[in-house]
Design a binder for this molecule. Structure first.
Ligand code: ZN
Length: 140
């Protein structure tokens, strides 16, 4: 895991704006020092990250370096994409470790709901609420 972390941090440092790829990297508006990378498969980083997407789902957060990676090959609409971003940013803000439990997921969605509502992403916030019963067993 240490090797993986070193590799991820190294890659994030190398991230530059590339014109020939669909990938997008930006700083999150929910927390300005958190970098978000949406990776598509024409980006060399996608293949490196794919095993992690397979384990973690649409996205994952690298808490120590403050980086969020989102699978750009999963067809998410812009509202779902913002939810994933807010959820992963929440994991970092809440300083969750790699081994996440159900409570971590609930807390991340609860904070994501707050971040989304406060920043005017009402449709994304609504999605968090709509899916909370299937995801957490009760309404957020
Ligand atoms: Zn999560």
């Amino acid at each position: 895991m240490v090797m993986m972390r070193t590799m991820i941090i190294g890659m994030m440092k190398k991230i530059t704006k590339t014109n020939n790829t669909m990938s997008k990297t930006y700083f999150s508006e929910f927390q300005s020092d958190i970098a978000v990378a949406i990776l598509s498969k024409d980006d060399w980083r996608y293949e490196v990250m794919k095993p992690l997407f397979e384990v973690c789902g649409f996205g994952f957060a690298e808490t120590s370096s403050g980086c969020v990676f989102i699978d750009g090959e999963v067809k998410l609409n812009k509202h779902e994409l913002k939810w994933v971003e807010a959820h992963e940013v929440a994991h970092i803000l809440l300083k969750h470790t790699k081994d996440r439990n159900d409570k971590d997921e609930l807390d991340a969605d609860t904070l994501a709901y707050k971040l989304l509502s406060e920043n005017g992403y009402d449709k994304s916030a609504k999605l968090v609420k709509q899916h909370s019963i299937e995801r957490h067993g009760h309404q957020i």
